[in-house]
Design a protein around this ligand. Structure first.
Ligand SMILES: [Zn+2]
Length: 145
């Protein structure tokens, strides 16, 4: 069956995302990678998942640091993977997700005002923080009157 031809890793897809379409410049083999399971290198291809390498012989996606026998380079690759994952997570935090989180907190704490208050609160928060900084810069104590 076509859909079972390649290994699937939904967690890798969710956490790291799919690799953008395009023709890679180098094959993993040319960059020194080898399969951590079978030890072959000519069977490796860039996985459909970012930061993963797929072995055709094993039909399995492996995190790219595990495919790097040079431990110093593997450590650097590992840190790149962490950095990519954190960047991806940070990009997902939008005003909408903040408001969603605020709504959840509101429900938990039974906050008396409506959700639109949080919309204004998003701006008020930043505005209040900058007012406090201004007052502090002028030598005032920074507390509200
Ligand atoms: Zn393999």
């Amino acid at each position: 069956m076509a859909e079972n031809k390649y290994s699937k890793n939904p967690r890798a897809e969710k956490l790291m995302g799919l690799r953008p379409e395009g023709i890679p410049i180098d094959f993993p083999e040319e960059l020194g990678y080898l399969c951590p399971r079978c030890g072959k290198k000519h069977t490796l291809q860039w996985s459909e998942y970012k930061s993963f390498i797929w072995c055709e012989a094993c039909n399995e996606d492996f995190p790219s640091p595990l495919c790097m026998p040079d431990l110093k380079r593997a450590t650097e690759i590992f840190l790149d993977v962490i950095s990519d994952g954190l960047t991806r997570a940070a990009e997902k935090i939008t005003k909408e997700t903040f408001l969603e989180a605020a709504e959840i907190v509101k429900n938990l704490n039974d906050y008396p005002s409506g959700a639109d208050k949080y919309d204004a609160g998003w701006c008020d928060c930043a505005g209040e923080a900058s007012k406090r900084l201004e007052r502090k810069a002028r030598g005032e104590d920074g507390r509200q009157d």
